[in-house]
Design a protein around this ligand. Structure first.
Ligand code: GCB
Length: 653
């Protein structure tokens, strides 16, 4: 895709230098970062709602740091507006300069904590952000507690010593957030100053990006405060293997705060019956006649989850502390052969979608009605899988994939890596740290069957070979239990990273970006695409993107580009080739895209990308019905269920 410029603004050149210097932490921050849950020993408090907000429009975008806005309530340092959390800030007001803002914005929330959290030395209070895009610095009562780079993964800080020192007064949380992308961020971007004074105002600059979605920014996912005892379960890692009659759940528990503790673990089935126990920090739980975790439409009760309850007892300064954490566990295996993708030993065909976290008004902010609607649409469609294009999705979404049996290709935010400078050591170190954060977050999820380390990097450039060899080897070392891929652009004849992936994922847009309007070339070109890739690598192939834009309500027969008929006809041509090749080594098809989504403005985008089979408001276009018929047909052919399940299976769960 061509470079895309988003936004425009005026600021002194010095300000961005300040930003670039600030960005650059390489290692993943420590800690297990288990998802905060209410348990008998832990409480959580949601901080969603309206926060105070100000974008720093000072010429250097640095007034907040110069004047130290974090030292007092934000309203005392200038005007503030109400900003919802979670949400992107871009589409909340009528102000175009906020929609396209680049630089530091400031958020603040004051919250009163329960006294019982503050009076007990053995209680740990943690502040956690599900995600904030892109670079965050957080203060509590004026004291900096955490910095985090990256817009799609959680981060947290132990704030006990700050809040316990001042019980009874509200705790003030201040966040400075910067959405500037540089050649070394993920995704990368660059700032371009427009120095031609005849054409641009003084100090004018734009943010250039080479990915095709709007660079929404803000506190995108839930912010919570939660407690644990001072000796606590920091992390749990689970992997599973199974035969027909016995499964083994290998686990490891890590504890922080003391070396003197005892553990008790029990694995319960969905009826609450204990099926295995242990009191070791690491080991194997044996489950007889296991209920396996099956994908949606492959079994009448997909997404079977056991509960692993971990109880910790420890002595600390004369007190007996107890911590309890319960982790959902799905028992399943994943294997890749040269022609097949096997889940629990059975061939799995990905018939699914690519998505975005994207909607009117809230942008990329987590929204429960939208999440519920999307899962209902996925199941209506008969989709058994999706790829988290092009960044990790919210943990709340991933939880539902685990529970409903929706299979996930879990993608890192490495999209739009096109410039040689984004393949250097600084970018590489950051990419490795992001893979660590992603795997730490999602390693226990049965729905995640493969890691995707990037989308359409310029993998024909010489540094790509070393770069991807390193990222893929690191990913496999972190998680030997799952295959790894990255998603390649069919246009790159030479792909230097492909030798290292387990599955070839390829995106192509025949009769759209090439041979526009000529649907008749698809059979030839798509067949050649599959045959060439298979001949070169003998690895199974997923068509990880294909599609066409359609403006809902636009019609023409014979089909013309941008009509609903053209989108339908293009899909039909692709499907005939898939049907031939899925007998051999093609193991999946993921439509681009589930729904229309917002992009930067440009001559090829009409209020965003219109390749959705649903509109941005989640209404079906004609193509949705084509896909629905196809997916249910494939499900009926390949499932282990009695033949002819209908879409009423939707109501099974
Ligand atoms: C692609 C990209 C995706 C774009 C899509 C398009 O290859 O991976 O992010 O949105 O093409 O519609 O151009």
């Amino acid at each position: 895709m061509a470079a895309r410029a988003s936004g425009g603004g005026m600021a002194g050149p010095g300000c961005l230098l300040l930003l670039l210097l600030a960005l650059g932490r390489a290692a993943a921050p420590p800690g297990g970062m288990l998802y905060p849950r209410d348990t008998p020993s832990r409480e959580r408090k949601e901080l969603g709602g309206l926060w105070s907000f100000r974008a720093d429009f000072s010429p250097g975008r640095d007034a907040g740091f110069v004047q130290r806005w974090y030292r007092q309530p934000l309203r005392e340092t200038g005007p503030v507006i109400d900003m919802p959390v979670p949400a992107s800030f871009n589409d909340i007001t009528q102000d175009p300069s906020l929609e396209n803002y680049i630089g530091w914005v400031w958020y603040e929330k004051e919250v009163l904590l329960p006294l019982r959290w503050l009076q007990d030395d053995h209680t740990r209070v943690v502040l956690r952000f599900g995600s904030a895009h892109y670079y965050s610095i957080v203060w509590v009562n004026g004291v900096q507690v955490v910095e985090h780079e990256g817009g799609h993964l959680p981060f947290e800080a132990d704030i006990s010593s700050i809040v316990q020192g001042s019980p009874g007064i509200p705790c003030r949380i201040t966040v400075a957030l910067n959405n500037t992308l540089t050649p070394h961020t993920l995704p990368p971007g660059s700032i371009q100053y427009m120095s031609d004074k005849a054409r641009y105002p003084k100090n004018y600059f734009v943010q250039n990006i080479r990915f095709d979605f709007f660079n929404y920014a803000g506190i995108h996912r839930p912010v919570v405060l939660y407690t644990t005892p001072s000796v606590y379960i920091d992390d749990i890692t689970v992997t599973t293997t199974s035969s027909e009659s016995v499964a083994l759940v290998q686990y490891e528990v890590s504890v922080v705060g003391s070396s003197f503790y005892s553990l008790s673990l029990s694995l319960r089935d969905q009826e609450g019956k204990v099926v295995a126990t242990s009191d070791e920090p690491a080991g194997e739980l044996k489950v007889l006649n296991p209920n396996l975790w099956w994908p949606y439409l492959m079994h009448e009760s997909p997404g079977y989850l056991y509960s692993l309850e971990v109880k910790l007892q420890a002595q600390a300064a004369g007190a007996l502390l107890e911590d309890v954490y319960t982790l959902p566990v799905g028992i399943r295996t994943v294997h890749v052969t040269s022609t097949r993708f096997l889940i629990n030993g059975k061939p799995f065909y990905f018939h699914g979608v690519n998505k975005h976290e994207d909607a009117d008004i809230r942008g990329k902010g987590l929204d429960w009605p939208l999440i519920a609607k999307d899962f209902n649409l996925l199941r209506w469609l008969g989709a058994n899988s999706f790829r988290t294009s092009h960044y990790p999705y919210a943990e709340e979404i991933m939880d539902l994939c685990d529970a409903y049996g929706i299979v996930v290709i879990d993608e890192s935010p490495a999209v739009g890596i096109k410039l040689p400078e984004s393949f250097g050591n600084k970018s590489l170190q950051h990419h490795l740290a992001v893979m660590e954060e992603l795997i730490r977050r999602d390693k226990n999820r049965p729905s995640v069957v493969m890691w995707s380390v990037a989308n359409e990097p310029a993998s024909q450039l010489p540094p790509a070979a070393f770069y991807f060899k390193t990222v893929i080897a690191h990913t496999k070392a972190l998680d030997p239990s799952r295959p790894v891929t990255y998603v390649t652009d069919a246009n790159y004849a030479l792909d230097l990273g492909a030798p290292y992936v387990d599955v070839i994922c390829v995106n192509s847009y025949f009769s759209w970006y090439h041979d526009s309007g000529h649907l008749e070339v698809i059979p030839l070109q798509l067949t050649a695409q599959f045959e060439n890739w298979y001949k070169a690598y003998q690895k199974p192939i997923i068509q990880s993107e294909y599609g066409a834009d359609s403006v809902p309500g636009l019609h023409s027969d014979p089909p013309q580009m941008f009509t609903e008929e053209y989108q339908k006809a293009l899909l039909g041509e692709y499907h005939s080739v898939f049907d031939k090749k899925r007998k051999d080594y093609v193991i999946g098809e993921l439509i681009w895209n589930f729904a229309d989504f917002m992009t930067s403005q440009g001559t090829t985008r009409v209020l965003g990308n219109k390749k959705g089979i649903f509109t941005r408001q989640r209404q079906p276009k004609a193509a949705a019905f084509v896909l629905r018929e196809r997916y249910w047909k494939i499900a009926n052919e390949s499932s282990c269920l009695p033949p002819v399940i209908t879409s009423h299976a939707l109501f099974l769960k």
